[in-house]
Design a protein around this ligand. Structure first.
Ligand SMILES: [Fe+2]
Length: 374
């Protein structure tokens, strides 16, 4: 009997991994306690695939732990000592959700088989005894499905990455219009995420808050540089132009399908809890939660960075100001939470890039995207 090590020596692990990277040849893991069956399966399949073998479920799991990234398909016998095939495949599904699973079984009871299919995320079962041609066909179909899922997942990850990078570039291009607001959108998003991550929101809601934070000032794109970067106080007319940016933002992104949901949040980020904000004068919980979160983060960053019209205030002064404006400018509950988080906020302020990668949900989703069969 050839162990995993023997197999890797025969084929050469480098060869297998290199070929795997080029997707020239797929690797199949066969788990069967009967040597005769194992040999038959190997003989049938080794012309087209790399084969790894294990004699029981435990051994199979060990192989998966080490090589799951390279294994496209798993074939397991049903009745085995140590661990039944269904139990093994169920555990294998946790380690390698993207690998296609096939069960070889002597049971023809439909109830047992349906249960097994549901439990293990089976692609298909093959009743024993079987003809080699039948096995070859099922394996070929399984590998085709694996490739299809793989390519779909790659496209999806690429699209998400493109979306995230585009949003980030737009926001940093925007911030660079004014040397005083360099990094503003990123820091506002970071503070908003620190606050939002304590509110028990879903990953999707946090992702949307991140997108909204990065784009909250996108409506400033149409504001003349002379107003954006003016040294000193804006005139009433200039302030009116500036005040149009939340509505400009809404108009800019309302027709983009993926961003439609957040367009209203951008419109509302200068509303105030007491109704004295703009553009609509919304009050209290009429203002979307995300806009209330961004309003606090935005004000904190505006206060703690040097602007063309004044130098930066200290962290403590900004926190005192947020406390003083809780219930008038800001949602009192959110302001209270923000103040409770002040140490994290202050730490994040000193190293926003590093903290951002810790709190970013868009980045996390790209990095941890796992393939799951559809
Ligand atoms: Fe703004």
């Amino acid at each position: 009997m050839l162990s995993l090590k023997d197999e890797l020596l025969i084929h050469g692990i480098d060869d297998m991994l290199a070929n795997d990277a080029k997707k020239v040849k797929h690797t199949i893991l066969i788990v069967d306690d009967e040597i005769h069956n194992q040999s038959l399966l190997k003989r049938t399949l080794r012309g087209n695939y790399y084969i790894l073998t294990a004699s029981n479920g435990l051994e199979g799991l060990e192989v998966l732990e080490e090589y799951s990234d390279h294994i496209s398909l798993i074939i397991s016998d049903h009745k085995m000592p140590v661990m039944e095939g269904t139990e093994f495949l169920e555990k294998a599904n946790q380690i390698s959700p993207s690998a296609i699973k096939i069960l070889l079984t002597g049971y023809s009871d439909i109830e047992i088989l349906t249960h097994a299919v549901n439990r293990c995320g089976l692609f298909q079962y093959i009743l024993k005894p079987f003809e080699p041609e039948e096995l070859i066909k099922v394996v070929r179909d399984g590998i085709e499905k694996f490739d299809l899922i793989n390519s779909k997942a790659t496209i999806l990850t690429d699209l998400k990455e493109l979306f995230y990078k585009t949003i980030k570039s737009i926001s940093s291009a925007l911030d660079s219009k004014d040397p005083y607001t360099h990094g503003h959108s990123l820091r506002v998003t970071l503070y908003a995420l620190i606050l939002a991550s304590t509110l028990g929101l879903s990953d999707k809601e946090l992702e949307d808050i991140e997108t909204a934070g990065l784009l909250h000032d996108i409506g400033k794109i149409g504001i003349p540089q002379s107003i954006l970067c003016k040294q000193g106080k804006l005139t009433d007319e200039e302030f009116e132009v500036m005040k149009a940016h939340p509505e400009n933002a809404e108009k800019l992104i309302a027709n983009i399908k993926n961003l439609k949901g957040i367009s209203n949040w951008l419109k509302c980020h200068h509303e105030r809890w007491d109704g004295a904000g703009y553009p609509a004068g919304l009050k209290g919980e009429e203002i979307p939660l995300s806009a209330r979160i961004i309003a606090i983060a935005d004000t904190y960053d505006a206060m703690t960075t040097t602007r063309s019209y004044r130098t930066a205030l200290s962290h403590q002064t900004a926190i005192d100001e947020i406390r003083a404006c809780a219930g008038t400018q800001f949602d009192p509950e959110l302001a209270k939470k923000f103040i409770e988080l002040e140490q994290t906020i202050e730490d994040a302020k000193t190293n926003p890039e590093e903290y951002y990668s810790k709190y970013s949900y868009l980045q996390k989703e790209i990095n941890s995207y796992i393939l799951t069969p559809v």
